[in-house]
Design a protein around this ligand. Sequence first.
Ligand code: ADP
Ligand code: MG
Length: 238
Amino acid sequence: MGSLKLTGIRKSFGAVDVLKGIDLEVADGEFVIFVGPSGCGKSTLLRIIAGLEDASDGRVEIDGRDVSAVPPAKRGIAMVFQTYALYPHLTVRDNMALGLKQAGAAKDTIASQIEMASAMLSLEEYLQRRPAELSGGQRQRVAIGRAIVRDPELFLFDEPLSNLDAALRVNTRLEIARLHREIRSTMVYVTHDQVEAMTLADRIVVLNGGIIEQVGSPMELYNKPANRFVAGFIGSPQ
Ligand code: ADP
Ligand code: MG
């Protein structure tokens, strides 16, 4: 459940080659983090995994199944975006319920999933509020809650902490770590922040210029960087 295999993923926008052949296997339950400078193709890669964008070439497999013909909603994936992407006119409860409703879940299931997720994320008191009545950190917790209720095999996070202030960033990071310990779903997470990568990841993938520079555990990358780019990126804060 929830393993991921990328084979020869390429993506061009017009004449610009953004991804130049990405190969990677992610095991079930693994927490893998893609790091790399702004514009190196991290979001594009997540969008391709989610099915929101087509690759120019290559194959995405989830649980050993080629998903090229599988629409985003049927991939067993939930994605959390940098900008939360909540519906402003819906309450927290309805924002969390929407994906489940669209998937045809029963009312009881929806209610119990929302209860579980809101307890996990300390959102019980906020279920009747609208996004504008929440802080940035609470909004991001709702976005994470909306992902959790769908019980995905695979979570995709695109820089989920980058719009939060420093204190909230630490809190939310710890919450994501706890979430991973509790539910053991596979997580593929994108960031340009080395600290997030070093503290959360089982393995880090360093992306640069559309290719993978190195894959390894945080300690492997720190102790044995494959090249200067990796050494500079992992070693020194930006
Ligand atoms: P990252 O998330 O690592 O910052 P992105 O994946 O968003 O990078 O973008 C990688 C490159 O692809 C950038 O140069 C960006 O301008 C370009 N790009 C992304 N999406 C599109 C698009 N829909 N059309 C044209 N160029 C795009
Ligand atoms: Mg991005």
